[in-house]
Design a protein around this ligand. Structure first.
Ligand SMILES: C[S@@+](CC[C@H](N)C(=O)[O-])C[C@H]1O[C@@H](n2cnc3c(N)ncnc32)[C@H](O)[C@@H]1O
Length: 223
């Protein structure tokens, strides 16, 4: 990842940079995937809320809420989960996170976005209401007992092995049949290790679909 002001077209398409002013670092292809998943969920009546874990400035979660608004869907919640203080310290036992370098680097402050700023970003689009729910804290504390019954969409965008594993272990069982599990960071070995390990352990055979150079998703089987 690089921090740029002047962007080539492909960078916004692929989301391969950290924007200085933007509300998301996700590119068009991954946003189009979110739109396609939400439209399928609404068209097929897949039950549950929409959740992103790892929201940074909130752009993808805001986009989910905008889609619900555009389709007149006012019962589902958009759940916004983040520490709102950046990444946790990697744990010694998580070998897959041993090369994690964001902590104590220049990127750390850039990655730490407060809940207040994310709420403000929702408000700027006129999309903050009581169906936007904020889960503040590190995932291992907030997600296992989160007040969530069912999810139609689970989007993991938290880079690290442990963060990705915490998301999947805490929330995958709440994903409805026909719901979508989206992984933003499969190009990162830390995230890939968690996803591959979880899918293998849980014997998940639904194909891992390619969105772009790093985005992947699968659809939970409808049995
Ligand atoms: C790459 S950013 C997310 C990008 C965002 N989805 C977007 O649209 O631009 C990763 C986010 O994950 C959060 N995060 C990573 N690990 C976490 C954890 N274990 N608990 C809570 N938040 C975490 C960070 O605070 C950061 O906001």
């Amino acid at each position: 990842m690089v921090l740029l002001r002047q962007l080539p077209e492909s960078a916004t398409e692929e989301g391969s940079f950290w924007p200085i002013d933007g509300h998301t670092m996700v590119g068009w292809k991954r946003l189009e995937n979110v739109q396609a998943c939400v439209e399928t969920i609404l068209a097929e009546g897949i039950e549950g809320d929409l959740l992103e874990a790892g929201v940074w400035r909130g752009g993808v979660a805001i986009f989910m809420k905008a889609l619900l608004y555009a389709y007149g869907e006012d019962m589902r919640r958009v759940i916004v989960a983040d520490s709102f203080a950046g990444f946790p310290n990697p744990r010694l036992e998580d070998r897959e996170d041993r090369h994690w370098t964001v902590k104590n680097s220049a990127a750390e402050a850039f990655m730490s976005v407060s809940e207040e700023e994310v709420r403000d970003n929702f408000s700027r689009y006129g999309l903050l209401d009581d169906k936007v729910v904020f889960l503040k804290g590190f995932f291992h504390e907030t997600l296992p007992n989160a007040p969530i019954e069912k999810l139609a969409l689970l989007r993991a965008d938290a880079d690290m092995y442990r963060s990705t594993m915490d998301i999947l272990e805490s929330l995958y069982d709440k994903l409805s049949p026909g719901g979508f599990c989206i992984i933003d960071d499969y190009a990162m070995s830390s995230c890939k290790a968690a996803v591959d390990e979880f899918r293998k352990r849980r014997k998940i055979s639904e194909p891992l679909m390619v969105i772009d150079w790093t985005g992947r998703y699968w659809r939970k089987g409808q049995t």
